[in-house]
Design a binder for this molecule. Structure first.
Ligand code: M6R
Length: 366
């Protein structure tokens, strides 16, 4: 059932072009300029009246929530807050009847997320679920929802669940932006069309596998690793670090690139690999200066760049090139080589890739 792949994780990484397509099939009609999602349409007024959107999740799903925060606020101008379900449920949170809560969970069984949903419902909020597992507890406990249609994810390290969660949340953001009139018609169409190109571009991003493997061989024994990104790619840095730590047991941290000078820069020396997500988009120049700061302290730079990039290539020790897409969709591409990098490092360290120590696929206890 691994379909010829050595591990489920690798198989699931490679499934991403197809499952992203499955996620938007029947929902995205780029030529007609239509997004159709029953769970959103049936509750459109609740979304449009939302004074605030609260996103609750754990782990990788929480990272997808952070990407969605940037996308939802940019597209719809609705204020968004993203919370760890475990913190939310125990801190007497402010939940108002006009809040829309979006709970994100691959398994649909995460205990803290489930408890946070129950709490939000008790306070009268409308709760929308983004789950992968059909019929799961969270999908039953929420008022409405949208499935990610990623198919079973067996590897403990979440990969295709993450990219399909982002896809669903992007569709929701675009539909709300259309209904609210917060995005110009031309931008709306451009995003729809670009979203339709994503599976082919993910396919291309998967061709970085050999480069990722070669870089893995150089850094597999590193005790630490930093991941930096800005804007839409800041959560990708967090996700890249989580993926590395959970399957290879290398200590890794993700940061917004500009936060480096507020502390983490002290860690940089010639031993420290720093993965910088630096696609050609807004903040590019700022990321380039962050790279210069790392370089002047002899840090080893592994940069994820847009195909054809010259500026970062001249500075970095290694570059991984992904296709160009519009800013908001770039996490769907920049994530791919980071998944591959972690995978190869874990394999080279003889780690149990699909079932890392101390971890379970569904965390059904708090
Ligand atoms: O099933 P969920 O999406 O609710 O799970 C949340 C986390 O437990 C999960 O994403 C975890 O962090 C993964 N091992 C990350 O790869």
């Amino acid at each position: 059932e691994k379909n010829g792949y050595d591990h489920f994780m690798l198989k699931e990484i490679y499934e991403q072009p197809n499952v992203i397509k499955d996620t938007y099939r029947g929902r995205l009609h780029a030529n007609e300029g239509i997004i159709k999602m029953a769970g959103v349409e049936d509750n459109l007024q609740k979304f449009l009246n939302a004074e605030r959107i609260l996103i609750i999740a754990c782990g990788t799903s929480w990272h997808a929530g952070l990407v969605a925060e940037y996308i939802l606020e940019e597209f719809t101008r609705i204020p968004v807050e993203v919370e760890y379900a475990s913190e939310f449920r125990y801190r007497n949170p402010i939940i108002r009847p006009n809040d829309v809560v979006i709970a994100i969970s691959q398994s649909g069984e995460t205990a803290d997320t489930l408890a946070a949903i129950k709490l939000a419902k008790e306070h009268g909020a409308f709760v929308f679920g983004v789950c992968n597992v059909v019929g799961s507890s969270i999908s039953r406990e929420t008022h409405a929802g949208a499935y990610t249609h990623a198919g079973p994810e067996i590897g403990v390290a979440s990969t295709k669940a993450f990219t399909t969660q982002i896809t669903v949340l992007t569709l929701i953001a675009l539909r709300l932006a259309q209904a609210k009139g917060t995005m110009s018609k031309s931008d709306f169409h451009r995003h729809l069309q670009e979203l339709e190109l994503i599976p082919a571009k993910v396919q291309e991003a998967l061709q970085t596998n050999e480069v990722a493997k070669a870089i893995a061989a150089v850094y597999k024994d590193a005790p630490n690793c930093l991941y930096l990104g800005r804007g839409y790619n800041f959560p990708v840095a967090l996700e890249g670090a989580l993926k590395l730590k959970e399957i290879s047991y290398i200590h890794a941290e993700g940061y917004p690139a500009a936060e480096m000078k507020h502390g983490p820069i002290a860690l940089i020396d010639e031993q420290m690999p720093v993965v910088v997500i630096a696609p050609k988009q807004e903040h590019y120049d700022k990321v380039v200066s962050n790279i210069q700061e790392i370089k002047s302290r002899s840090g080893k730079i592994i940069a994820v760049v847009t195909q054809g990039d010259e500026q970062v290539k001249a500075l970095a020790d290694h570059v991984i090139e992904v296709p160009y897409t519009i800013d908001a969709l770039s996490p769907l591409l920049t994530t791919i080589p980071l998944q591959l990098l972690s995978y190869h490092i874990a394999v080279m360290r003889n780690c149990n890739v699909d079932q890392p120590r101390n971890l379970a696929k569904s965390v059904t206890v708090e």
